[in-house]
Structure formats: structure tokens, C-alpha cells
Design a protein around this ligand. Structure first.
Ligand code: NAD
Length: 261
């Protein structure tokens, strides 16, 4: 646990399930006050809020589309109205659409870019403006993916967006470092969340994914949340502009794991 996080205020986008819920809960254990954003799953967000409260933190849920400027303003306003401040903004919301690239519709491409990339820009912009105005040494965490680094055929829109998140994170980390604002990304590998539910329900696909992980297992959302808590805390006070891969070694070229090549 990181005692410096006690009573700090965080916004977590896409908090109604998966990694967003795990981060919310972990922040609750850190006795933080959390604005849990959801797009459509109000029940999931409410469950996440209950978990935060049970863990010892405070929580409110707020419906907002992260791909819009109004949505992000609404989240900031909720943090200020309910908890009086903002310390940590986690741009976690994300989505993916599988399609051969020559058949990928412009509409589906735009959907992925809007949530996975523009959402990260708008959340960061909103947080940065607040931190600058209030002279706050705030903290931003962007949920990227191993696919900011590993190409992913038939998921070109997702990989393009996460690749964008990587350099966006590094760029604003540099731009605001002198203000004491830290900006980092997390690059999860294969994590057991609803985004993967269909794939992991199929034993063949599950085993195939595990075979790409040197640690030979799928990760838990709580293991990603642990990284978010560390990046949010002052234990990482000299860390900015990184992507923290939490991937069981997936980014280590596992095809070479038995000395091939
Ligand atoms: P998930 O599908 O369980 O959760 C994604 C959340 O984002 C959902 O709550 C969804 O409602 C929300 N969301 C989608 N569009 C939104 C919008 N327009 N406005 C607000 N919220 C919106 O997925 P997850 O696995 O928990 O993923 C969380 C993040 O981690 C995503 O950015 C994803 O790309 C990333 N990630 C996940 C994995 C994995 O293996 N699970 C791996 C790498 C990266």
C-alpha cells in the first residue's frame, strides 16, 4: 500500500468492468476517492463503486463518452463537485474491432481511433489544463497495450491507436515534466477481462495465447492495477514517459524462448 495516495482523487475512465474496475478497487484499498466513468454499463460501474467503498475508499459513478470533450469535462466536474480536487487521471477506456484491414470500414476505424486515441488525448488535455491552472503536480496514466510495440494483423485500428498513445504519452511527459506533472503508460499483455471473454472461452485460442507468454499464463486485472497504483504513487516519483509493460514477458519475442533463431 502507498500511504501518500490516501485521500487523493482519481478519475478512471471505462471503470465498469475489467482492468478499470480492478484499478478502481485498488485505489479504494489505497483509501482514494474515485470517479468511476462508464459509457453504458451503469450496473457494472455501480458494482465497482461498491467495491471501492468496501475497500475503504469513496466513489461516484459518472456516465460519459470519453471520445467527447463534454464527456471529459463532465468527469472533471464530478471530481471537483464530489471530492474537491483531482490528483490522478487514468485514461483506461478502450475497445477493439477485428477485421482484415482491406475490409475494415471507415466507421469502425473511426470508432477505435475515437475511443483508444482521441479519448486519451481529451482526458489528458482536460487533466493537464486543471493541473496547470492549479499549479498541481498531477499524474496521468494512459492504458496502452503490448500492441503499441507488437504488430497485430486484423487489428490495425487498435494497434495504430495504441502506437499513437505511446508517443503521445512520451511527448506530453516531456512537455509537462518541468511542471512536476508525470505521465506514463501501461502496456498490458493478455489479461483476463471481458474484452477477451469470447477468445478465452475457446480452449484452442486460450492455449494459443498462453503459448505467446513466456510466463505461461494469462494475467489478472489486479496485476495491472498494482502497476497503476505504483505509477500513481510517489514511489515512482522519478518515473515519467515510460510504458510499464505488465505482460508476463509477451514483449520479449517469445518465439525465441527455447533458443531458436
Ligand atoms: P473491457 O472491455 O473489459 O473494458 C473496457 C472499458 O472501456 C469498458 O468498461 C467499456 O465500457 C469502456 N469504454 C469503451 N468505450 C468507451 C467510451 N466511448 N467511453 C467510456 N468508456 C468506454 O476491457 P479491458 O480489458 O478492461 O481493457 C481496459 C484497457 O486495457 C483498454 O484500453 C484496453 O485496450 C487495454 N488493454 C487490455 C488488454 C487485455 O488483455 N485485457 C491488453 C492490452 C490492453
Amino acid at each position: 500500500m502507498y500511504t501518500d495516495l490516501n485521500n487523493k482523487v482519481a478519475i478512471i475512465t471505462g471503470g465498469s468492468k475489467g482492468i478499470g474496475t480492478a484499478i478502481s478497487k485498488r485505489f479504494g484499498q489505497e483509501k482514494m476517492s474515485v470517479v468511476i466513468n462508464y459509457n453504458s454499463d451503469e450496473k457494472g460501474a455501480q458494482n465497482a463503486a461498491d467495491e471501492v467503498k468496501q475497500a475503504g475508499g469513496q466513489a461516484v459513478i459518472v456516465q460519459a463518452n470519453v471520445a467527447t470533450e463534454e464527456g471529459n469535462q463532465k468527469l472533471l466536474q464530478a471530481a471537483l463537485d464530489n471530492f474537491g480536487d483531482l490528483d490522478v487521471w487514468v485514461n483506461n477506456a478502450g475497445m477493439e474491432i477485428k477485421s482484415a484491414t482491406h475490409e475494415l470500414s471507415l466507421d469502425d476505424w473511426n470508432k477505435m481511433i475515437a475511443v483508444d486515441q482521441t479519448g486519451v488525448f481529451l482526458g489528458s488535455k482536460t487533466a493537464l489544463a486543471y493541473f496547470k491552472k492549479n499549479n498541481k503536480k498531477g499524474n496521468i496514466i494512459n492504458m496502452s497495450s503490448v500492441h503499441e510495440q507488437i504488430p497485430w494483423p486484423t487489428f490495425a485500428g487498435y494497434a495504430a491507436a495504441k502506437g499513437g498513445v505511446k508517443l503521445f504519452t512520451k511527448t506530453i511527459a516531456m512537455e509537462y515534466a518541468k511542471d512536476g506533472i508525470r505521465v506514463n503508460a501501461i502496456g498490458p499483455g493478455a489479461i483476463n477481462t471481458p474484452i477477451n471473454a469470447k477468445k478465452f472461452a475457446d480452449k484452442e485460442q486460450y492455449d494459443q495465447t498462453v503459448s505467446m507468454v513466456p510466463m505461461d499464463r494469462i494475467g489478472d486485472p489486479e496485476e495491472v492495477a498494482a502497476g497503476a497504483a505504483w505509477l500513481a504513487s510517489s514511489e515512482s516519483s522519478y518515473v515519467t514517459g515510460i510504458t510499464l509493460f505488465i505482460d508476463g514477458g509477451m514483449t520479449l519475442y517469445p518465439a525465441f524462448k527455447d533458443g531458436q533463431g
